[in-house]
Design a protein around this ligand. Structure first.
Ligand SMILES: Cc1cc2nc3c(=O)[nH]c(=O)nc-3n(C[C@H](O)[C@H](O)[C@H](O)COP(=O)(O)O)c2cc1C
Ligand SMILES: C=C(O[C@@H]1CC(C(=O)O)=C[C@@H](OP(=O)(O)O)[C@H]1O)C(=O)O
Length: 351
């Protein structure tokens, strides 16, 4: 299997399966001299970990991070930074009835066709658990970005058909669905409960903003900044779409409306979402990502087994009835990985 590495100068390689002994990450390219706060890494992992609320999977993992290398006396040394989390609450018996048939909507069928073998216990590497080490690496990236004045925050904009009517950044972490609008949180939770009662699941939309990003990040041809963010965010299991600034709505706007006027005091609007021509323009980078409803549902579904025979399955076990709240820190992490890589690359863009 290839594709376990992401980034160029800030290069992240992850490994590990959901029901194996643990998960790890090695980051190449962390500049020496950063005072790294391990509590910040743990805080981000806690925001993503399973079992964190009454609307998340009931699997209980502490996701305690061990930093194995790359740090001395709390400061990065410039050597490979390695981190590890051990799995403690695998329950592989949940997957006994799925060993030879494919869960609709999950990665089983594609894995089997590609490799001829698959880790049916929790989906192995296709599990959402794989995203834990992205968050650990993203947290290191965020600490570096803070050094350059860049901050990133994601939040739930829509869940189960319920919209956040406002964006209150300070309130996001105070409600369990990470709604940008705390007043909409109860209706979102009710939408999750209603789907669960019917052995079903719901999806939603995550919005992410990066503030303080200097103008000039991103390469103008294949490595456009928006293309790299799209790559990063679409690589998160369950994310199905992404749009920047006015996004798909731009298709119905006139140029005179969609263009962001430039004045001596800066841009007067942000339809571009902070990126034009693949290069950041100094405006807030703003994008939205669509998350599908969780594929693992107890409702009966039609599928086939490895021999090709028709089977009806019901997926039991401990699943998130909605992936959105726990994916919020993952979206932040993937955005941080792209921005720090672009920022480091930009330091050699001209004399
Ligand atoms: C944080 C997180 C948790 C997830 N938890 C589950 C889960 O409990 N059950 C499930 O079926 N999929 C879960 N997923 C989604 C699967 O990883 C994803 O559906 C699978 O890879 C196939 O979807 P894809 O085609 O979008 O990659 C989770 C994803 C994330 C990011
Ligand atoms: C464990 C995590 O999420 C898991 C993602 C997942 C899936 O099918 O993607 C299935 C469930 O795990 P399992 O059934 O293997 O116990 C989730 O709990 C995690 O995010 O840390």
């Amino acid at each position: 299997m290839s594709g376990n590495t992401f980034g160029h100068l800030f290069r992240v390689t992850t490994f590990g399966e959901s029901h194996g002994p643990g998960l790890g990450v090695i980051i190449d390219g962390v500049p020496a001299g950063l005072r790294l706060d391990p509590e910040q890494i743990q805080h981000d992992l806690d925001r993503r970990r399973p079992g964190q609320s009454k609307v998340s999977t009931m699997r209980k993992e502490a996701d305690e991070v061990e930093i194995l290398s790359g740090v001395m006396d709390g400061v990065t040394t410039g050597t490979a930074l390695a981190m590890l989390i051990r799995n403690t609450d695998q329950r592989s018996r949940d997957y006994g009835n799925l060993a030879t048939c494919f869960r609709p909507g999950h990665a089983d069928y594609g894995y089997f066709k590609k490799y001829g073998i698959r880790d049916y216990r929790g989906g192995g590497r296709s599990s959402g658990r794989e995203t834990a080490m992205r968050v650990a690496a993203g947290s290191v990236a965020k600490q570096l970005l803070a050094h350059y004045g860049v901050t990133i925050q994601a939040y739930t904009l829509r869940l189960g058909g319920v919209d956040a009517a406002k964006v209150d950044l300070a309130a996001v972490e105070s409600n369990i669905v990470r709604s940008a609008d705390p007043d909409a949180a109860e209706a979102m939770i009710a939408a999750i409960r209603a789907a669960q009662a019917e052995m079903d699941s719901v999806g939603g939309i995550i919005e992410c903003r990066a503030d303080g990003v200097p103008a000039g990040l991103g390469e103008p041809v294949f490595d456009k900044l928006d293309a790299l963010i799209a790559h990063a965010v679409l690589s998160i299991g369950g994310i199905k779409g992404i749009e920047f600034g006015s996004g798909f709505a731009a298709a119905d706007l006139r140029g005179s409306v969609n263009n962001d006027p430039i004045t001596p005091d800066g841009f007067t609007s942000n339809h571009a979402g902070g990126i034009i021509g693949g290069i950041s323009n100094g405006n807030t980078i703003l994008f939205r990502a669509a998350m599908k409803p969780t594929s693992s549902i107890a409702k009966e579904q039609k599928t086939i087994d490895e021999a090709g025979s028709a089977v009806t399955i019901s997926v039991h076990g401990r699943h998130d009835p909605c992936l959105v709240p726990r994916a919020v820190p993952v979206v932040e992490a993937m955005t941080a990985l792209v921005l720090i890589d672009a920022l480091l690359q930009n330091r050699c863009a001209r004399l």
